[in-house]
Design a binder for this molecule. Structure first.
Ligand code: 5GP
Ligand code: ZN
Length: 119
């Protein structure tokens, strides 16, 4: 359920600070520490799930809540004209933090292309 060394588990336990937008028993939402758009926050299950490969039926409530909350929280954070949600998984997906999280990115202007072309 919780991993002592995982940074997002530490945020869930209140051991390191985060700019929290929302939390309940299942999920939390906080601003990304290195924002890549004017609005950039993460929706995260409180339970430790390393990647989407590891998602199980018991995680459905938290994972469903992340999607169900994204629009409301995006609007409240100032992304009222669209946003992008991204879940990076594993090496190929360039996942950095191995605790599932959904990025919500937006702002006033349209975002760039979904994937950067390799040079
Ligand atoms: P990933 O590449 O795993 O999809 O994204 C991980 C994200 O977590 C990155 O955008 C990174 O800036 C963010 N992040 C990493 N450590 C922290 C932290 O301690 N606090 C917050 N708020 N965000 C973090
Ligand atoms: Zn964790």
């Amino acid at each position: 359920m919780t991993d002592p060394n995982c940074i997002f588990c530490k945020i869930a336990r209140g051991e390191i600070p985060a700019k929290m937008l929302f939390q309940d028993a299942d999920v939390m939402a906080f601003h990304d520490i290195r924002p890549q758009a004017p609005v950039h926050f993460l929706l995260v299950p409180k339970a430790h799930v390393a990647t989407l490969y590891d998602a199980q039926p018991e995680h459905e409530r938290a994972l469903g809540k992340m999607l169900a909350l994204a629009g409301r929280l995006a609007r409240e954070a100032g992304a009222s004209d669209g946003f992008r949600s991204i879940v990076n998984t594993g090496r190929v997906g360039h996942q950095e933090v191995y605790h599932v999280h959904m990025h919500v990115l937006g702002g006033a202007e349209p975002l760039g292309p979904m994937l950067q072309r390799r040079k």
